[in-house]
Write a protein that binds this ligand. Structure first.
Ligand code: ADP
Length: 491
């Protein structure tokens, strides 16, 4: 089948969070299943045209955004896996220092930027003569695509066989703008209804995606339940109206990339048959952090967007509460200045035990995943979370709050049965991160048990193989019902 992925991030080109990992990895697996899959992204300034050998295609196209006619070009490259990736180039909207904003603030024309992106994606497939069976849209930035297909393009023959999937990676970011968006995006006011574009007298891109895609998915089964019941940030009713069409498909990770046996940037390679390399990685990380080098000291880390979602208030609280224990902490993150200030304060107050790096640094991220004993992830909510799966792949033990995808991937280590790959607490039930770290510390001191939990972590498997089949099934169901619909209309 012909599949088009439309997203605002994708590894290796541009990454802010886990969305990029997913959009960069799922196509590889779909390609292996024999599908013709292509990707459309904005050509952000940070995407290095030379490095990726981007070629400009001969089209000169334009779309309307508000009152202005915006020109764009399409650039193209072909990945190692032979996937064609197209980039929408427009200097005004995408040739900026940031992706969604700068200095902690969103760009004030994000509405126009992503109206533009949605319209250009649909125009581009026509220009490219690539007729998709499935358009798979990701997060609010692409939420208007299902809306265009169900309204302005409803009778457009080019898309007669196209079904649209909308995947929610994080429902906290919705892209909500005033009612004038209807005109800015070129919709008709007759579609400004609660079933279609309208949301409390605004246009909410996420709601458009949920309400008008042929199927909706999110990135873990538990998050799919949570957002329908209580964690949907106002989208509960819209989600419930989709009944069984909201799928929870667990994200996976790319084990070709996150592999301690072949990882080229960590100090020493290892796997479950030989863990000496992990000790060397710990030494290397302790050196980088300026810590005492000692294998018996409990080293905990985290690589994350600095955002309240990730529970940094809980982490900072733990840093102070655990300062008298033989523990070290390393945090790599970029994002909120407020959180940076708190982390920096803790590092200054508790010398030689806390290292903080405020950067987006892939190499250091690998070294943290490999070198730490445990991985801190007390997220308040977590659609899926890739970091805990990456930590498992490196035998680094996640300590997580029981929410969303963390519930689906981490099971409490039981030292009687020797089962479990991490340590879990439940904020909702008043359970405590510090106490959970102390319980894990007790196991850490018991080398035999600790070795077992490391082996359990290394044996956990969240590869994309199974999840991609679930996507494929969902696509097939949509194509089948589209065919039935067409036969019905024609007969
Ligand atoms: P989210 O998508 O909410 O940010 P995930 O756990 O799903 O969280 O994915 C985060 C991804 O981004 C992981 O691959 C993680 O290693 C990476 N990451 C986060 N912050 C940084 C950083 N400062 N430097 C390098 N990688 C980072």
């Amino acid at each position: 089948m012909n599949i088009l992925m439309v997203a605002s991030e994708c590894v290796p080109f541009i990454k802010v969070g886990g969305l990029a990992d997913v959009v960069g990895t799922v196509p590889k697996y779909l390609k292996r299943l024999g599908h013709d899959i292509r990707i459309i992204l904005p050509k952000y300034k940070a995407i290095d045209g030379k490095k990726f050998n981007l070629q400009t295609l001969p089209f000169r196209l334009s779309v309307q955004v508000g009152k202005s006619n915006e020109n764009f070009r399409i650039k193209k490259c072909v990945t190692e896996d032979k996937i064609e990736v197209y980039f929408i180039e427009n200097m005004h909207f995408f040739n900026r220092a940031g992706i969604y904003g700068e200095g902690g603030l969103d760009y004030n024309d994000n509405k126009e930027r992503y109206i533009f992106f949605c319209r250009t994606a649909l125009e581009s497939v026509k220009a490219l003569m690539f007729r998709p069976d499935i358009i798979h849209c990701h997060d609010w930035q692409t939420g208007l695509i299902p809306a265009y297909l169900k309204t302005n393009l409803k009778n457009d023959g080019f898309f007669w066989s196209t079904s649209c999937v909308f995947t929610i990676h994080n429902i906290a970011y919705q892209g909500q703008f005033g009612a004038s968006t209807v005109e800015d995006a070129g919709f008709s006011w007759k579609d400004f209804t609660s079933e279609k574009l309208e949301y409390y007298n605004n246009v909410n891109f996420m709601k458009c995606g949920i309400a008008m895609a042929d199927a909706v998915s999110t990135v873990s089964p538990t998050y799919a339940k949570e957002i329908k019941e209580f964690n949907g940030r106002g989208m509960e009713v819209v989600l419930k109206s989709r009944h069984d069409e909201v799928y929870g498909i667990l994200n996976g990770i790319d084990y070709d990339y996150w592999n301690p046996l072949t990882d080229k940037v960590i100090a020493s390679n290892y796997d479950k048959n030989n863990l000496i390399g992990k000790i060397l990685c710990k030494k290397d990380l302790q050196k980088i952090c300026g810590f005492k080098i000692c294998d018996n000291t409990y080293l905990l880390g985290c690589v994350s967007r600095l955002d309240d979602q990730k529970g940094f208030d809980i982490i900072v609280d733990a840093l102070y509460n655990l300062k008298d224990f033989d523990m070290q902490f390393v945090v790599l993150g970029s994002g909120s200045n407020e959180i940076k200030k708190k982390l920096k304060g803790a590092a200054l107050n508790i010398p030689n035990k806390i290292a903080v790096f405020f950067d987006s640094n892939e190499t250091l991220a690998h070294k943290i995943y490999a070198g730490c004993d445990s991985y801190m992830m007390p997220s308040k909510f977590e659609p899926c979370g890739l970091s805990q799966m990456i930590a498992l792949a490196y035998g680094t033990i996640p300590i997580v709050n029981r929410t969303g995808g963390l519930s689906d991937t981490i099971a409490y280590y039981n030292h009687f049965t020797k089962e479990g790959n991490g340590f879990v607490f439940n904020i909702t039930y008043g359970e405590n991160f510090v106490q959970t770290i102390l319980k894990s510390y007790k196991i850490f001191k018991d080398k035999q048990n600790w070795n077992t939990v490391i082996l359990n972590a290394l044996s956990s498997n969240f590869s994309w193989d199974k999840s991609v089949l679930e996507y494929e099934n969902m696509y097939n169901d949509l194509i089948t019902s589209k065919l039935k619909e067409t036969v019905f209309i024609r007969s």
